[in-house]
Design a protein around this ligand. Structure first.
Ligand code: ARG
Length: 467
């Protein structure tokens, strides 16, 4: 019964302990190789660091290490070339690679798993893989911010109606509006950097759950893998996936921000607004209505936000009932995590390109601001400067707006005499504050919408993004 080796042939029993092979449907049900094979490079890197440490500690021979290194190099080549034969019977990426290694180099391959379990191995693999993906996503988030900062710079002087309750509120600079998203994405980047610190810890050495009696040098493995330290409790190391959950939470927030931007783009592109246009390569037509150009990309991004938020809920729910330590439930962490990464990466890539190509229609924005009595607050502030209490000024301007609405004109279209009828303190200089640009330029405090402030913020962001 020496052939009862779990890596030998899974049409046989798992080990000497089992009296029959695994049921075929159960085999498919429990296998993860269909999706976790994408962890292969992290799996090999982790195994090599483990093997080098085993050799340095005298746990395996130098020749075993050399064989393992040679075998792994060949496996990496096979996987890259697409010639590696992934076997469902071997369940997951870990057993597939280990079995091939043993096939290639014999006993050295069987020694690799000394002092290790798939439990600490898989936790290590996911962390290594996720760390790399976080770095890619961080780069894309920066790229998107740069694009938005450039657009903000270009459109610092463009007046658009700022909204509250989607009702025209006050004139704001379109650049200022875009920089609001830069603030959101910069916080998202901070959150990801913070998550990365907790992802980048080494579970190896925890073995199945209790640690191992071999004299492993965990710090050495951590150093070789570029990790910031080792997980300090073996039970925790193999069982918690909070690092994946908090990554997905951070990813959900990025998507929520993208989704809000998407919603605005969709509204801005609609005919009644006509504020912006997206490059044709980001739009699609209709099969029946020849005039249509639809903002499919922002709509899909808004839709895909639901799916990423769903993955967050899925992962939280996956974790909540698990007793310590490892449970097979955790195999279910991968598909939601992978899909979150893929969705976020593609979305950020597309948005950086799309926002760079956004064209802006300043006349449409300005016209919309004018239609909405966006400078009413400025008239009230003007009266306050002439000595009226703010509440009285507010009421006086409400009368003026009512009259203007009745006549179907903007406040600035009323004559000085007409305006003076609402309050005698009104003088000819009132027309400065009734202009959209005057209103915008007056909000020059830090964080305000004045074009000068927008340019100062653009400079600050450029410095931050260059550093
Ligand atoms: N494929 C497994 C996973 O993703 C690897 C760990 C298996 N460990 C075990 N004790 N069955 O979690």
């Amino acid at each position: 019964m020496t052939s009862a080796n779990p890596l030998a042939n899974k049409s046989e029993a798992w080990s000497a302990l089992f009296s029959e092979p695994v049921d075929e449907l159960v085999q498919r049900y429990t296998a993860s190789v269909g999706f976790d094979r994408r962890l292969w490079r992290a799996d090999i890197d982790g195994s090599l660091a483990h093997a080098r440490m085993l050799a340095a500690q005298g746990i395996i021979a130098a020749q075993d290490l050399a064989d393992i290194e040679r075998g792994m190099a060949q496996i990496a080549r096979e996987i890259e070339a697409g010639t590696f034969e992934w076997k469902l019977e071997l369940e997951d990426v870990h057993l597939n690679i280990e079995a091939r290694l043993t096939q290639l180099v014999g006993d050295a391959g069987k020694r690799l798993h000394t002092g290790r379990s798939r439990n600490d191995q898989v936790a290590t693999d996911i962390r290594l893989w996720l760390r790399g993906e976080i770095d890619v996503i961080a780069g894309l988030l920066e790229q998107l911010q740069r694009v938005l900062v450039d657009q903000a710079d270009r459109h610092a002087d463009v007046v658009m109606p700022g909204f509250t309750h989607l009702q025209v509120a006050q004139p704001v600079s379109f650049g200022h509006h875009l920089l609001a998203y830069v603030e959101m994405f910069s916080r998202d980047a901070e959150r990801l950097a913070d998550v990365r610190r907790r992802v980048n810890r080494l579970p190896l050495g925890a073995a199945a759950l209790a640690g191992t009696s071999y004299p492993l040098d965990r710090e050495r493995v951590a150093r070789e893998l570029g990790m910031d330290g080792v997980c300090q409790n073996s039970l925790d190391a193999v069982s918690d996936r909070d690092f994946a959950i908090e990554f997905t939470a951070a990813a959900s927030l990025v998507m929520v921000h993208v989704s809000r931007l998407s919603e605005e783009l969709i509204v801005w592109m609609s005919q009644p607004f006509g504020f912006v246009a997206l490059p044709d390569r980001f739009c699609t037509g209709s099969s029946i209505m020849p005039q249509k150009k639809n903002p499919d990309v922002p709509e899909l991004a808004r839709g895909k936000t639901g799916r990423v938020v769903g993955h967050l809920m899925g992962l939280l729910t996956l974790m909540k009932g698990q007793p310590l330590a490892y449970n097979k439930d955790n195999q279910e962490d991968k598909e939601p995590l992978f899909d979150t990464v893929d969705t976020l990466r593609d979305t950020l890539r597309i948005f950086a390109d799309m926002m760079a190509g956004l064209s802006v229609r300043p006349e449409a924005m300005e016209q919309a601001a004018r239609r909405g009595y966006a400078t009413a607050t400025d008239l009230a502030d003007y009266l306050v400067k002439k000595g009226l209490p703010f509440r009285d000024a507010h009421e006086t301007v409400a009368h003026a707006v009512k009259t203007a609405i009745g006549r179907g004109v903007d406040l600035a279209a009323l004559t000085l005499d007409e305006l003076r009828a609402f309050h005698p303190a009104i003088d000819a200089d009132v027309f400065d504050v009734l202009s959209l640009r005057g209103s915008m330029a007056a909000r020059a405090l830090p964080g305000g919408t004045a074009p000068a402030q927008v340019r100062a913020q653009v400079a600050r962001h450029r410095q931050r993004l260059a550093g």
